[in-house]
Design a protein around this ligand. Sequence first.
Ligand code: EPU
Length: 416
Amino acid sequence: MDKIVIEGGRPLHGTVKTSGAKNAALPLLAATLLTGGVHRLRNIPHLRDIRTTKTLLYHLGATFEEGDPLSIHTETVDDYEVPYDLVKTMRASVLVLGPLVARFKRARVSLPGGCAIGARPINFHLSGLERLGVNIELKHGYVEASAQKLVGNHIYFDIPTVTGTANIMMAAVLAEGQTVIENGAREPEVVELASCLTNMGGSIQGAGTSVITIEGVSELQPLDHTIMPDRIEVATYLTAAGITRGSITVRPCIPEHVEAVIHKLEQAGMRFEIGDDYITCSAGETIHNIDVETNPYPGFPTDMQAQIMAMMCLADGQSIIIEKIFENRFMHVSELKRMGADISIEGNTAIVRGRSKLQGAPVMATDLRASASLVLAGLAAEGVTEVSRVYHLDRGYERLEEKLSGVGAKIERVKG
Ligand code: EPU
């Protein structure tokens, strides 16, 4: 298996070019199932989760013309079953449930199991679909969904679920009448999906607020869209500048999408210059300790919790980091401790006592963002860090080593 080998201790300086957003691209690829035709998506990131989704669409009968734009032909889709093999490698496969049931009135999709960051049930996706008139049965590890027709309804989510909101929006856009999602997710990726569904001929109001109203339509046009920049990738590179005491410009980006992270990095002593489509940041003399609590957007993203924790390992005091979204998202802690970090965990709270240095070590992680935090720690540590299980990074960071080398990191992928 490949490894990432980092020789730490170099401040990073320069410009990083952002890729398209993974978590925006995944629901948009699923949305191409809503109607037969030739869909065009530009700025699709080259990532493992994208390849998995393309395999899934291919399995259902779609074909592709590679390039930018990526053209996706979905008039040939004639299957509505997604096997366990595809869902077990990527939970976001569940995003096809809404579109399949909306178009074919049936779907058979393997139920995702637990994952490294938490139990992650899909009960809100399923109860939301039931409210639209879909009959749901769980059989032999599969969700079997069927309906005579989909009819709009009021749906309240106990927790604002990102992919749950996406799934229901995609189902409701072809339902009869009006659907109102209350306590819906407000993430930019949900807003992007809503604007694409609107461009396809759907009618959606309120995306970006917690009440989303969808007026069902009887048909949609193919999708033609450029994916927005990845806000978590942007925030990860800003943090890379902070932890290495360097200065980095990240572009293109939508600065508003990373406001919560910038706010925290400013408290940690970093300075920012913010343009329309770029952010330049530079580290302060020292890293100040900060307290962080993850929350649904516009709160501090859970997808940045592990990376900010790596930075706080080198702060000048004690930080309290509270993870409120996923119950098991501290898998990086034991690895960071192996690099010399002083962290203790109490329930969903990590107490990070900053130290003056970290030491390079062989490390591995069990999820994407945890792996990113170990790379950041490695960039700042004394000596050599070897990050194994690189396939986690390849799920969500396009050309990570190349982008970091471009700003002065000593980092390489070693094939194994
Ligand atoms: N939840 C339920 N029942 C449901 C759905 C969610 O209890 O039916 C709970 C979850 O267990 C969690 C909370 O609700 O405690 C929020 O989860 P959400 O459904 O919003 O997460 P998700 O849609 O499965 C997306 C991203 C994640 C990101 C989270 C939170 C995609 C493909 N995935 O997951 O991204 O962490 O929202 O922002 O959009 C990543 O990119 O590394 C990643 C994990």
